[in-house]
Design a protein around this ligand. Sequence first.
Ligand SMILES: [Zn+2]
Length: 373
Amino acid sequence: METNLNKVLGEMGFDSSLHDTIDSQLTSQEYKERLTKLLQPILDQRFPGTPPKRQILPKHDRINFACPYCGDSMKSDYAKRGNFILGGKHRNYFKCFNCGEFKRIDWFFRDYKTELKLDAVNYMMDNLGDFSTYEGAKYDMSVLLDMEHLDKYAIDRQELLSYFGLVEVKNSPVWSWLTKRLQYKEIKFLYNPNKNYLLILNLTPTEKILGAQKRSFSGTNRFETYKLSKLYEIMKKPLEVNEEQMNYLDTLSMIFNICLINFSKPITLFEGPMDAFLFKNSIANTGANKELPIDIPIRYFYDADETGRKKSLEHIEKDHEVFLWDKFLRQINMPYRKKYDWNDVLIWAKEKQIQLPLIDNYFSGNPLDAIDI
Ligand SMILES: [Zn+2]
């Protein structure tokens, strides 16, 4: 720590021997406020004509703002993809998800000729993320997700299994139902043989359970979702986090696959987890009418039904990339039906032994392509 700090102080033109005489300790809140206060004039100067771009949004474990390096989105004054990351392994780094700029917070300020006060430097160095090579992390958007934090609160598989009377799906009656739907990743599911329901799981990289969707095979309410706090509640486990953290955990618990994707590649959002499980680098947020609550660049793959088409139209109007079902179905000659989802396409293609064309060619963010939705 001492070496690090001296290095920073040296780089900033300070006499490192000063360090010993400085005794002031910032709280994390004071530190956050300090950064915001120093950042504001930089944004004011960078975006004089666009007030929305000058606005700073404090978030859970980060400070979010329009990136002054690239100017952020040309299309929207409200897009904010610059972040001071304050938690997780990349804490105290700046990261832009538009241009990819990634550097320590003090280096960010140095670029804008702004001096970080020594107590802030102290705080930063005492709380610096614990990774050493940031070369490969340049395009690693997972910095937004604090995996250790998520993993700590996610539920152990065995614990869930025994509490709910679940069994592994392989060798259970539901396995043939799953494989008929081309779902071969048994780790993603659990089954309750007594109550005859399937649990579709949102897993962390260590295969702990962050959230789940229940699919019943009888009754009226066939789909139910279980965010993390609800699982804790049912299992009568105390979830010892504050409200902000709980919202954060609950939000991510309902975005299936969110912990498992590569943020440097295109991310596709589906309505249902079972579709997302069958598509490279994709997430699902259980339902067409839910907007994704976190701000990452994605393309939209809604179901081919009335709601899905409506949502696709809304998004392509905003230049967001959506899947062009109509163009795609015409291309592969799939017969008309009132509703299709991605899983249906794969099952159909397998039955007919049809080689599907390159799916990437059927996404568009050009409103002129709305006719092909
Ligand atoms: Zn940028």
